[in-house]
Design a protein around this ligand. Structure first.
Ligand code: FAD
Length: 293
């Protein structure tokens, strides 16, 4: 071994000895190493401005037209993109829905999400919240997500149950109904509105959070984003790809059943008060009769 090697060996061995003599703590996002992975759950629903109907025959929502991604989910995507802009993160938008839900996923990709997962199979038609959460859990469980972001409640089913069910199935801590969210050093922290104030809640990642309307204003996709979205990947997963038995899927096997559907009674004409000088009195009488004063 030439003298130089000796020197090199002694330098290297000194260096190793030096390294071994010190301990240092690496905290990279709370135990996660590398890029944070965020899943955002988005649901396609009838546009709240449209004339939403339930089909009396199937007792299911008429999803034939005016389908959009629920506004609360656009806000959930927005808050995930803000986390991505604050630190290195990959944002994946996830939906269980009919083939038309693909358009909604593309819109979320145009906002800036990186890729999509589309759970699509006619066998899922009429699923209840238990079945929806089971399918979402099967799709997410081995994908190494550090954070799952959901809306607090959908505008059609409105069970507000899927986030909690999914957290339970994935064994994740959950922070629900958040109106603020910060993700730092591997901890998610947020503020929850309470009847008599606010609560600040936090959980180490991996965790699931659900957000409320107050969380953020969703950005509009720009032209560049719309073009880029066309090339972004969407993984489609059918029932067979989830390892869920067909006897567990869909309305025929759901835990909760819609027994009857009665259309909302037509709005009655309101009370018209003509001001012949006694309008004030008439209004007061009307309010008193309605026990409003
Ligand atoms: C009028 C009506 C009444 C219903 N009543 C019931 C009932 O009483 N019990 C019951 O179990 N089911 C019910 N359902 C079915 C239920 O709506 C669906 O199972 C639905 O997929 C999940 O429930 P949700 O919309 O209430 O979700 P919620 O729990 O209100 O949704 C909260 C969040 O979970 C995520 N999420 C929900 N669904 C999906 C999805 N398909 N893909 C991706 N993310 C999603 C979104 O982030 C959403 O913002 C009803 C449906 C309708 C239309």
């Amino acid at each position: 071994m030439c003298p130089a090697d000796n020197l090199q060996f002694s330098r290297t061995s000194n260096y190793i000895a030096m390294l071994q003599s010190i301990t240092f703590e690496v905290r990279i996002n709370g135990g996660m190493v590398g890029m944070m992975k965020i899943a955002v759950l988005v649901k396609q629903v009838p546009d709240t401005w449209s004339d939403r109907k339930i089909d009396p025959g199937t007792k299911r929502v008429d999803r034939s037209k005016d389908q959009v991604i629920d506004e609360i989910n656009e806000k959930a995507v927005e808050v995930a993109l803000q986390v991505k802009e604050a630190q290195d993160a990959e944002v994946v938008v996830v939906t269980m829905g009919p083939s038309s839900a693909q358009d909604g996923l593309r819109k979320m990709l145009a906002m800036g999400a990186d890729s999509g997962i589309h759970i699509v199979d006619d066998a899922f038609g009429g699923s209840d919240a238990m079945q929806t959460s089971a399918a979402l859990a099967a799709a997410l469980k081995d994908k190494g997500f550090d954070l799952v972001v959901a809306g607090n409640e959908s505008t059609d089913g409105r069970t507000a149950a899927v986030p909690a069910m999914l957290a339970e199935r994935l064994g994740l801590a959950q922070l629900t109904f958040l109106r603020t969210l910060e993700v730092k050093n591997g901890v998610a922290t947020g503020e929850r509105l309470l009847p008599n104030g606010n609560a600040t809640v936090s959980a180490a990642l991996p965790a699931l959070v659900s957000v409320t309307e107050q969380i953020a204003e969703a950005r509009y996709p720009n032209f560049k984003g719309i073009l880029a979205a066309k090339k972004k990947p969407i993984e489609s997963i059918a029932l067979s790809g989830l390892g869920i038995d067909a006897s567990q899927a869909g309305g025929a096997n759901s835990w909760s059943v819609v027994e009857t559907v009665t259309p909302k009674p037509p709005r009655e004409g309101g009370t018209i008060i003509k001001d012949d000088g006694t309008a004030g009195q008439q209004l007061a009488d009307y309010l008193a009769k309605a026990n409003l004063i």
